[in-house]
Design a protein around this ligand. Structure first.
Ligand code: UDP
Length: 254
């Protein structure tokens, strides 16, 4: 049966789900950077990100972070709860790099004295400008209660992920997450949506500081998939030593 597409983004497609209130999230191989100025296809990226994001969302469910993930359906797709996406990109930073260093002149690689939360408006035409809580409330992108929930969830997610990645000898520099509204028990709740993968996180090797994330593509410093595979290997999701017929690392059955 042909699925009905309801949205296509840069790295993912959303289809109607099998039941009311569900969607299918499909991970593509496309990578884009600098607001679509740069674009390339990395064969297998979608498969890896589907697995990495599934694993992280499952761990987050175990610590009671409400999120949209229901189950993985196949190599590239997962079943999710349909939400009304809040039009904000929520960025949490532990170490200064990227736009923070450019905007404020903070030295690259400087550890922040405490995690920093930032909000960007999801708007490609405006190039996702940074916004304050005052902007968010004034223009109604979220209300104060929702913003409080978003911030506290974002810090809890950060605390958990910093520890999780440390155990894999990976430093979580920063990451972007998105939230959505869902109607449950006659109330509107804010839950984590979208994905968490090396497309949306900065992940550096603890010792070598080697980048294992989309910056490799943004900065053209190597093969993006090498880093993604290394993250997935350390997470126990793929076996790099065992290659398949077409010379790809094999996925560990989950
Ligand atoms: N990020 C993202 N999508 C975006 C912009 C940023 O996933 O459209 C992530 C990025 O991977 C990094 C964090 O958010 O982990 C902070 O990015 P920054 O603001 O430094 O952006 P950049 O330097 O890429 O412009």
């Amino acid at each position: 049966m042909k699925k009905s597409k309801i949205y296509e983004g840069k790295a993912k497609i959303l289809y109607k789900g099998p039941e009311q209130g569900t969607l299918i999230q499909h991970f593509k191989d496309d990578a884009t950077a600098n607001n679509n100025e740069k674009m390339e296809i990395f064969e297998g990226k979608g498969v890896i990100n589907n697995r990495i994001s599934e694993h992280i969302f499952t761990l987050l469910s175990a610590i009671d972070i409400p999120n949209h993930f229901i189950k993985r359906l196949n190599m590239r797709e997962q079943l999710i709860h349909e939400v009304d996406i809040i039009p904000l990109e929520v960025v949490i930073r532990n170490v200064a790099t990227g736009s923070l260093t450019k905007r404020l002149g903070i030295p690259d690689g400087e550890k922040l004295t405490r995690p920093l939360i930032e909000f960007y408006l999801k708007d490609d035409l405006l190039k996702d400008p940074i916004v304050s809580e005052e902007h968010i409330i004034t223009f109604g992108w979220a209300n104060q209660n929702e913003l409080d929930d978003i911030s506290s969830l974002a810090f809890r997610i950060n605390d958990f992920l910093v520890g999780y990645f440390s155990a894999l000898k990976i430093q979580l520099i920063d990451f972007k997450i998105e939230f959505g509204r869902i109607f449950k028990n006659e109330e509107v709740h804010v839950i984590l949506a979208d994905e968490i993968s090396p497309d949306s996180c900065r992940l550096w090797d603890f010792e070598t500081k080697l980048k294992m994330d989309k910056d490799v593509f943004r900065e053209s410093t190597g093969n993006l998939l090498d880093g993604y595979h290394e993250v997935a290997r350390r997470m126990g999701l793929i076996n790099i030593n065992e290659v398949s017929k077409n010379n790809k690392p094999t996925l560990i059955k989950g």
